[in-house]
Design a protein around this ligand. Structure first.
Ligand code: RB5
Length: 116
């Protein structure tokens, strides 16, 4: 699967681990940043990933911030985006099955890397 990924500074380490894991699983990843711990605005990264999803350049998008709340709100402002903020695997499965989510939001501070 081809995935667009993005985060703010609050989830930089988390994104790095998740990108690595997805690539090991054989997924193609377009990493939209951010690329370090320097403070950035999460809506910018939500928009970069959302635009890839809306354009059909990727199959699905994943965005991350400290809680996943801000970046999911920002993604959902973009027409065509249905971004589900999930804290467990049941929510992730159900947001695909019931909401046809095309983006997933995760929080580094709220969802452990094993669950992610
Ligand atoms: C950044 O400090 C933090 O506010 C952000 O990552 C996120 O948690 C917002 O919802």
């Amino acid at each position: 699967m081809k995935l667009g990924i993005g985060c703010d500074h609050g989830a930089y380490e988390y994104k790095t681990e998740i990108v690595e894991m997805l690539q090991e699983q054989g997924h193609e990843v377009i990493d939209c940043g951010c690329y370090d711990r320097k403070s950035v605005d999460y809506p910018d990264y939500a928009e970069k990933v959302a635009n890839l999803v809306v354009a059909g350049d990727v199959d699905l998008g994943i965005v991350m911030c400290g809680t996943g709340i801000g970046i999911s709100m920002a993604a959902n402002k973009i027409k065509g985006i249905r971004c589900g903020l999930c804290t467990n695997t049941t929510m992730a499965r159900l947001t695909r099955e019931h909401n046809d989510a095309n983006m997933l939001a995760l929080g580094q501070r709220t969802t452990g890397i094993e669950v992610a």
